[in-house]
Design a binder for this molecule. Sequence first.
Ligand SMILES: *Cc1c(COP(=O)(O)O)cnc(C)c1O
Length: 355
Amino acid sequence: MVKFVEAKTLKDKVDVSTIGFGTHFTDYMFEMTYDEGQGWHDAQIIPYEDIKVSPANATLHYGQAIFEGMKAFRQGKDVVIFRTKDHLNRLNNSARILDIPPIDVDLVYDALHQLITIEKDWVPAQRGQSLYIRPFIFADDPYLGVNVAKRYKFYIILSPVAAYYAHGFAPVKIMVEDHYVRATKGGLGEAKTPANYAASLHAGLEAHKHGFDQVLWLDGIQHKYIGEVGSMNILFKIDGKIVTPALDGTILNGVTRRTVLAVARDWGMDVEERAISIDELVEDYKNGKLEEVFGSGTAAVISPVGVLGYKGEEMVIGDGKVGPFAQKMFNYITGLQSGLEKDVHGFIDKVTSVD
Ligand SMILES: *Cc1c(COP(=O)(O)O)cnc(C)c1O
């Protein structure tokens, strides 16, 4: 049990169907501090409030920070989290890449359970709605020297979110990016770190101007091999097989990606994790072998791609409609999250029950 500081007043609960992503936060947050020589200390659950940092805060200037994103759901009276430890272990992998001291996964797991138990009434009950969980760590040294920091803060904040597809399951238009680069081998691509998002914003804005929703990144050296979408991993159904780029250090090891691959294998499908060139994809498209394209990530679960733009040409995938595999996988994973499917892999982490 971590220390609990009670709030003087609690907020009114919100109707999540009327709010955007990440706009409202619950009454409490988890906080823990790291100091060199002392390790992580002062783990506590405290009222959600603004935090104070020095204007010389190391993260504001040099960006030594990492985060996670996972979701809690209602399953009848139960509150569950999807693949908690996989997310916390990935936070430690990001920590390793950014030279941030690792967290004690068991301690944080227990603290998160305690926090969610306190905040259980904030977990929305309708299918597709969830309580988004955002753990994050940032360097907190108050000086401008460029160094690996000696002091860090770790928080977990919680935000109720609406169903991602409130207006139906809509395929997105993705532009294959052959100019800008998100990550290269030996870089930060495999870490969930703000730098990767900063590197992606400008290309995203340009894609929007051309009528696309997001970009699909290619490798940073040859602009040839497919990476990921930047907030989602990318998967293809090619000639009956599920094919996705291998984890080569430039893309995130998505928990949803892993879930999709495990379930596809359960369904007896061939799954390939390997390098895929954009030329191969264009070829498969022309030969009618490119059956489906979809993204995977915690926010949307599955995001079908209706159009892939590359060098000014548009490839319309499956008549621009949602593919049957993407639809079936979306139904299955969201069914698992809402308790309608049997949890054969132990992905569901039960936290507490509501009265
Ligand atoms: C979070 C994230 C994803 C999706 O990962 P999930 O674990 O499935 O949510 C993909 N790419 C990047 C860059 C991300 O930050």
